[in-house]
Design a protein around this ligand. Structure first.
Ligand code: ADP
Length: 270
């Protein structure tokens, strides 16, 4: 089998990117895109001040343009490649969403075409010098994950962060994600539990929404010998900020989400 010429291009382009991180989830709807945007905003925030870019390879359902507030933006081609869209001075985004004529267009592609698109994103976007390139992936383990993993392993992947909710159905699928990472030999940076509790904005009391029969993501992480990075609450302010593409760190800096995010980000940069 001939070597993929794209690998050399990806390696060269990503040589100025220190950390390459995949965000994974077993199930859809557990908040993977939300957590991707939060972690990215957290790493780019003033107190941490890293250079961050998000690559949205959820080809069939790109949601980063909305959650990062870049809907309707366009990417431009320059001599040094595609320019990503800058959401903040040190936070940029590339998404297939920018290349669609209409946000409601459906992308129905087979594996090789998805692979080509991912290779192009990794080798032809002018990422600049980055501390973190964070990849938002589709749920499960499919073509996109295999393509991204193949290229990123060549360029030196930092690892994967797995997002889950406390529900048993979601936790079951996390085990599959962990198994995937171990099979393809990518380090697991840790597990994030999203929507773990609900803090009432009125009375400030905290309630568990999903009963975690087996002790939730923390216990599962211990059992499976992976790091538990922390929990994020179910937060109506967060849902609103994401729908409106706003930055919760600026809009609601005192919210339980932002407090939880600080400790999560600190664990990631450790
Ligand atoms: P996924 O990427 O896993 O499919 P999303 O990040 O798109 O999931 O989240 C699904 C929905 O749940 C979105 O409407 C999002 O705003 C909401 N959501 C995700 N996490 C939270 C949270 N911690 N608190 C409130 N709403 C959330």
């Amino acid at each position: 089998k001939l070597p993929d010429p794209g690998i050399a291009l990806v390696k060269e382009r990503l040589s100025s990117v220190k950390n390459k991180v995949l965000i994974l989830s077993g199930k859809g709807g557990v908040g993977k895109s939300t957590v991707t945007s939060l972690i990215s905003r957290g790493l780019a925030a003033e107190n941490i001040n890293r250079n961050v870019a998000v690559l949205d390879i959820d080809i069939c359902g790109p949601s980063q343009p909305r959650v990062l507030g870049a809907l309707g933006e366009q990417v431009h081609q320059s001599a040094s490649g595609w320019s990503p869209v800058f959401v903040e001075e040190n936070l940029s985004l590339m998404s297939i969403g920018f290349l669609l004529n209409d946000v409601n267009d459906a992308v129905i592609w087979r594996g090789p075409k998805k692979n080509g698109m991912i290779r192009q994103f990794l080798s032809e976007v002018d990422w600049g010098t980055l501390d973190y390139l964070i990849l938002d992936t589709p749920p499960g383990t499919s073509d996109e994950h295999l393509s991204a993993t193949t290229y990123l392993k060549e360029a030196g992947i930092t690892g994967a962060i797995i997002v889950t909710t406390p529900q048993e159905v979601a936790l079951l699928d996390v085990r599959k994600e962990i198994d995937f990472c171990r099979k393809v030999k990518i380090p697991i940076l840790g597990v994030v539990e999203n929507m773990s509790s609900f803090v009432c904005p009125k009375c400030k009391n905290s309630a568990e929404i999903f009963p975690a029969l087996t002790g939730g993501a923390k216990k599962m992480s211990e059992e499976l010998n992976v790091e538990f990075l922390g929990s994020l609450p179910l937060d109506p302010y967060l849902a609103r900020c994401c729908d409106e593409g706003k930055n919760i760190l600026e809009e609601f800096p005192e919210s339980p989400t932002v407090k939880a995010l600080h400790s999560l980000v600190n664990k990631i940069i450790e």
